[in-house]
Design a protein around this ligand. Sequence first.
Ligand SMILES: Nc1ncnc2c1ncn2[C@@H]1O[C@H](COP(=O)(O)OP(=O)(O)OP(=O)(O)O)[C@@H](O)[C@H]1O
Ligand SMILES: [Mg+2]
Length: 805
Amino acid sequence: MDTLFELPAESPAPVADGPAELLEDLNPAQREAVTHAGGPLLVVAGAGSGKTRVLTRRIAYLLAARRVHPGEIMAITFTNKAAAEMRERVAALVGRRANAMWVSTFHSMCVRILRREAKTLEMSSNFSIYDSDDTKRLITLVARDLDIDPKRYAARTLAVHISNLKNELVDPERAAADAGNDLERRVAEVYGEYQRRLTQANAMDFDDLIMRTVEMLQAFPDVAEYYRRRFRHVLVDEYQDTNHAQYTLVRELAGTEPSESGIAPAELVVVGDADQSIYAFRGATIRNIEEFERDFPNARTVLLEQNYRSTQTILSAANAVIARNPNRRAKRLWTDSGDGAKIVGYVSDNDHDEAAFIAGEIDALAEKGEAEYSDIAVFYRTNNQSRVFEEIFIRLGLPYKVVGGVRFYERREVRDMVAYLRVLANPEDTVSLRRILNVPKRGIGDRAEAVVATHAERERISFAAALRDAVEGRVPLLNPRSAKAITGFVALLDELGEVVASGAEVHDVLEAVLDRTGYRVELEESDDPQDASRVENLTELVTVAREFAEFTAEVLSDENAELVAEEEGTPAPGSLPAFLERVSLVADADSIPSPDGGDEGDGGAGVVTLMTVHTAKGLEYPVVFCTGWEDGVFPHMRALGDPAELAEERRLAYVAITRARQRLYVSRALVRSAWGQPQSNPASRFLDEVPAELVDWRRLEPSGSGFGSSGGGTPRAATTWGRRGGGGFSSPGGGASGTSPFGKGWKDTVALKLDVGDRVSHDKYGLGTVVSCDGTGPRATATIDFGAAGKVRLMLIGSVPMVKL
Ligand SMILES: Nc1ncnc2c1ncn2[C@@H]1O[C@H](COP(=O)(O)OP(=O)(O)OP(=O)(O)O)[C@@H](O)[C@H]1O
Ligand SMILES: [Mg+2]
């Protein structure tokens, strides 16, 4: 780590056969790393300094200049996306020969090795891979069988401990021997039994993939020898995020000294940035970077200091934020690409406004030709934050893709609840009915379902009618226990039907479904952390429904009722069918261009990418929106009282900022409803850490500044909307009136000037297009098509919670 190469002023002479062009556009330090031969090499450098470029270029160089066969190369990346990207980059350089290389994540590499070597491990090569869900389930069963009190030791806790042990390559025997307290003894006990059952089931969990590979390479020198002989070049990207097991795997593969039969260690090159270590919760440790030279004899270190990705403004912001972390080695990172645009800051009233502002900016950038959709990424801290963006983007017709994480309305629990609502709205909806028949489990098995379905077919009645027949004992072959369960289910639906008939609002119906079906309790009592996030998603769905009810109430209030044009064929405002229509529109994934459509074949503009910051590691975009910069969101609530976690969040912020090439936006919402009840969060401390002179804040002060012309009797515009951020308010008059940043009352006055065809974003209705305008002055109204929310006629006087996009 201490070695900084003194590089010759002149670039190293290109090797035979003219790979000079492979070195041409590299700086001397990069060139050194690309051409380096022999001992292990560590490249440490800040974001955007070309670490990944060095790896891909090195591969090309190995092939072109050093006559290495592609099959001798093993490159490891952190995500499958990164692997695909690297393979692509190498293929662009060397064509189809890229195929013989192994470019993959640690996990896929291990699966590949383990399937090949299954015999050695006395397993069959078609072993299953258990995901975290399966893992939690199995651990729950094991713990139950071992009489472990789930209140004392939750399956989740046991799973985390077992995973940690595996990441440290500790087997059950050693865990048992080392156990120093009751928890550790219990964990060791469960661990042993869990492993036994995995083997019995011919299965491995994610951590096993790494651990078993390491064990195998250590236990079978001839197998290790085979891979050593085969892979003469091992390259690892994002080395700062390796854990102990992965580090050991790299060591076993590459070797540190000649093997028994005299094969020299492979050439090892690892690249990383301690400031971008964001997987400590999975056991990643920057020790692996810091101790590289001790771990690998004869290792050398190259530092890269020039950033080629971002403008100076973006880099300065990133440097200022990460500089606050304690115990880090300061790095010099510079760019000669100029200051570029200022960072745009935006404070929104709420998360809808934040998304609408971003949608407006994206539209403007695309319209002005400053960026294509595929140049743009929107980042958030946790997956559930994608929902508001998805809704708004779909309504506006902005093509986007969500990377990682399941789209909100595609999540199982959300689909289950929507299925309940559909059945309540339309009992003949057989698909939805059958989906919820035994969800949550109520003893109506597949066989019973089949019997009822057969009866329905034979009698030519609906499935719902057949269920009622079952209640009355008119379905032959149905066993009494199933009939009883069906009776309970039908009674439950009737009960819920009464809730709907009583005129309850959609969110209350939803709450009733969650409670009376036992769906929520089941998730809450589960030990599976996935179930905890399911509860969060359901809370989010209730929020959607509540907002829907609120805006409907506002629309239907006396003073506005006459302004609402009821459209033929559209469901009554606020009704369950209206809500379902809105949800289906959002869930309609068909209208979204395929993410793989790439830049070609979809009109050339591609799609906007939405993802969490974790997913964004290693990527870059000309335009980046960092959203939800609020204390409690980013940094995450969990990190607020914990310096180590806060440092990790700050590294995450550093990763987020450094993805941007030309333009960076940071935004926060004063009120966020993502967690059920609206919450007001203070600004993220990371925002304060960005030097003020780098940021152009676009937000109208609560009153006064910059609006309206003088004269006339109409009070002046006073809104909470951005002054320039997709702004659109203009005031025909002057006067004086102000609202608080939170004020949304209709009493305050403002006039919004609209023309047919204008796009607007309404706080409650979402995005819409103006279809007609009537009247002038205080009598001005516009009819706006809000898609699923219907066509609405609105007065343009009053503090209309709407902006022109
Ligand atoms: N010598 C160079 N000349 C021109 N462009 C370069 C050079 N080196 C790297 N780049 C460009 O700079 C950008 C960042 O490079 P790269 O992604 O390799 O950085 P990185 O260090 O891996 O970043 P991260 O830490 O985010 O993973 C890329 O667009 C790359 O093509
Ligand atoms: Mg990289």
